[in-house]
Design a protein around this ligand. Structure first.
Ligand code: HEC
Length: 198
């Protein structure tokens, strides 16, 4: 009987150790778990088209169809927006976009129109349905490199396919001015992305 008690005590004690180890694993998991993909530049400072962005965290798809914009929307496609997952993991904790954050806006045409407003009728209803990709715009946070545009760099990788392999930074009058004027948070339109709007 005594013997048995000792065995139980040992099991309980080792259980306590196991619990401690387990808790440590959990608290360690609060550290960065996603490897970050940071912006890559050519020797002359052009941004290299970010890799694997289709596997990033998807935040939303604004749509400004031609039919609602006098027949000539600047961007008649879906604007599918992604954030690099390592930056998103930090954003969730700090509520701030860390240095090196990349936001990727891929343009995606709607499937050919069947109705005068550019829409189609599909089994789910009448509306706009995603078709071929059509180029991309990218922003990168780097307070030093892009100090002239309040810490974000703006890049266009074509408004057609294939996307350009590299892109030059755009002047403030081309891109940043509008984001600075009306985007809700740190030049990002978080008002359109519930995942980032906090
Ligand atoms: C006249 C205003 C305006 C200008 C100029 C402009 N943008 Fe934007 N941009 C927007 C708006 C509004 C959104 C939000 C979603 C949408 O409608 O596409 C946006 C979204 C984006 C996003 C997705 C991330 C975010 O901040 O929401 C990127 C990336 C982006 N723009 C890059 C660019 C680049 C690169 C240029 C210049 C080539 C540019 N923008 C010029 C208004 C503008």
């Amino acid at each position: 009987m005594r013997m048995k008690m000792r065995v139980i005590a040992a099991v309980v004690a080792s259980g306590a150790i196991a619990t401690t180890v387990f808790l440590e694993t959990i608290s360690n998991s609060r550290a960065q778990t996603k490897a970050r993909y940071l912006p890559e530049y050519t020797a002359s400072g052009d941004l290299i088209l970010p890799k694997d962005f289709h596997e990033w965290v998807y935040v939303g798809s604004p749509l400004t169809p031609n039919a609602l914009n006098g027949g000539h929307a600047g961007f008649p496609e879906f604007h599918n927006v992604y954030i690099e997952p390592g930056a998103y993991e930090i954003y969730k904790k700090t509520n701030e976009f860390p240095e090196g954050t990349i936001l990727f806006k891929e343009l995606q045409l709607t499937l050919p129109a069947e109705n005068p407003d550019g829409s189609r009728t599909e089994p789910s209803g009448r509306g706009y349905f995603p078709g071929p990709w059509n180029g991309a715009d990218v922003t990168v946070k780097d307070s030093k490199r892009f100090a002239a545009t309040n810490g974000w760099g703006y890049f266009n990788f074509n408004h057609h396919e294939p996307k350009a392999p590299t892109a030059k930074v755009k002047a403030k009058e081309e891109c940043a001015y509008c984001h600075i004027a009306s985007a809700k948070k740190d030049e990002v339109w978080t008002q359109f992305y519930p995942l980032l709007d906090k």
